[in-house]
Design a binder for this molecule. Sequence first.
Ligand code: SF4
Length: 200
Amino acid sequence: MADLEKLRRNLESHGFGYRYFETPEEAADYLCASLHGRTVGIGGSITVEELGVYPRLAEDNQVFWHWKQDPAQARAQAGAAEVYLCSANGVSETGEIVNIDGTGNRLAASMYGKKKVYIIIGVNKVEPTLEQAIRRARDVAAPLNCRRFGLQTPCALAEEPRCFDCSHPQRICKGLLVFWRKMNGVDECEVVLINRKLGY
Ligand code: SF4
């Protein structure tokens, strides 16, 4: 059972915002009520997909998401947007946020030039320490994403998902980003924690 009070305290002391919701529906309502008339980028995220916010946000924001639009153009527009929504592969109770990326659009867009970044996570991604959050990103999130993409990487083909630190041409793990503190190039960075299993 994650210590969410410790997580909140440490995230806030590291300059991050923190909001907690019991359900994805409540979190989705909060995001949609918060964003009007903005340019909004979305990173590749099953969690954001599960929230179902894309069509709602698109009603009165300009939303760029490479899963719904021309990928190259949408990635560039999302990178230049005022607001960015993504998830994380792991978050530590000690207040650090971990993400692995292959293309790099999600890492780049989440760390610079934004008025606000929302990092939306299910409680399943909370780990006690930074080391365990990194381990989760490598041994749980990345292999499951490889399976989702139907790749032939060793982690995707193994019986139990785990990382083999492969050199496979389809390797999706090209960079790992740890937010120790809120980045100076982002005005606000808020963790939206949802008390459900969401994403990978
Ligand atoms: S490094 Fe290779 S084996 Fe490890 S999770 Fe990434 S793709 Fe899979």
